[in-house]
Design a protein around this ligand. Structure first.
Ligand code: UDP
Ligand code: MG
Length: 327
């Protein structure tokens, strides 16, 4: 069995050789054949040079380099498309996904599971991140049609057909956690102790995480729109009841002018609600806008197949059409 390991890398010069050494150490005793496909996601440090060197030294190593930073989702897609293995393992370059777990994953795959998910504990994470993550998963699972589990990230093995299924989903707003869950197939999960990043820095800032979170909720279903409808109906019902109540008061006590505070509160609260609803609709419209453009997810700049002496798109783009004959 050939197993492809796909590793997206963005500015990982500090850890790549370390990663390769540890992986190599593990693969030396592994029974299967492996290929390692690094995807350089437009790094601005010397990641690409390191990859070129690794590919020269190690016949199992292949790499793709994207024309700029397209984000981890795009890098993973490029890797999945390029992976030739009977099974594909997605792994981070920062050694937070221990290569030693590969054996276990492959064993479970042999038992017939199409997806093998490694679930990390949250040991070593900050308290704030742990709590927000917990809350987030609760919320998301209430809103989403597919279930995603806290601690299950992109570290997983996909069988050939599962990998093909993921690649066949062409949406440009890719939320992998959801996509992996959406394709289905039998899956097995095991837990491992979280490892903290040893070198380099995490590419996730707070705003990145928030964006990612919103993306997760919105890109998977239209339930927020349904929630907007429910909220709107509830407010309308409340307004009708309140109007009736005022009518009754007028009948019983006569006309009563005070009510400034109530009026203002109602006006501001309702306009707030409207804005939120419009924003929800806007998020979907924005997504449709992105999807209809049908842009490619990334461009390749260089691969292990294009020689280091002549890198660049000239090697990779399809041959130019032959000039038309002049009559
Ligand atoms: N990564 C990437 N493109 C990006 C950001 C990250 O390919 O735009 C890669 C990164 O090199 C690493 C993996 O995605 O291999 C996970 O990134 P990171 O460790 O920063 O995320 P965290 O583990 O903190 O969630
Ligand atoms: Mg990491």
């Amino acid at each position: 069995m050939l197993i492809s390991i796909v590793v997206p890398c963005y500015n990982e010069q500090a850890v790549l050789e370390h990663f390769h050494r540890r992986l190599d150490h593990h693969l030396a005793t592994a029974p299967d054949t492996y290929e390692v496909l690094f995807v350089d996601d437009g790094s601005t440090d010397s990641t690409l040079e390191v990859l070129r060197r690794l590919a020269e030294q190690d016949a199992r190593v292949r790499y793709l380099s994207l024309s700029r930073n397209f984000g981890k989702e795009a890098a993973m897609l490029a890797g999945l498309r390029g992976a030739a293995g009977d099974a594909v393992v997605l792994m981070d370059a920062d050694l937070q996904h221990p290569p030693e777990l590969l054996t276990r994953m492959v064993d479970l795959h042999r038992q017939g599971y199409d997806q093998v998910l490694a679930r990390r504990t949250r040991a070593g994470d900050g308290a704030l991140r742990t709590i927000t993550a917990r809350l987030y998963y609760r919320l998301v699972n209430r809103f989403m049609d597919v279930e995603i589990v806290d601690g299950v990230g992109d570290f997983r093995l996909l069988s050939r057909r599962a990998a093909d299924a993921v690649v066949s989903l062409t949406e440009s707003n890719r939320f992998s956690k959801g996509l992996f869950a959406w394709i289905g197939y039998p899956s097995a999960t095991f837990t491992y102790d979280n490892a903290v990043r040893e070198h380099g820095t995490s590419k996730w800032g707070l705003s990145g995480l928030v964006d990612y979170g919103v993306n997760g909720v919105i890109s998977f279903n239209t339930r927020p729109l349904r929630a907007a409808l429910h909220l709107g109906l509830t407010l309308v019902l409340g307004a009708v009841l309140y109007a009736l109540w005022i009518g009754v008061c007028v009948l019983v006590r006569g006309v009563d002018t005070p009510g400034y505070a109530t009026l203002l509160t109602a006006v501001t609260a309702l306009s707030g609600v409207h804005m939120v609803m419009i924003a929800v609709v806007g998020e979907y419209v924005g997504r449709i806008f992105h999807e209809v453009k049908r842009r490619p997810h990334y461009f390749l700049k260089e691969t292990h197949a294009s020689t280091a002496a002549h890198p660049g798109p000239a090697v990779l783009s399809p041959p130019a059409p032959a000039p038309k004959a002049v009559r």
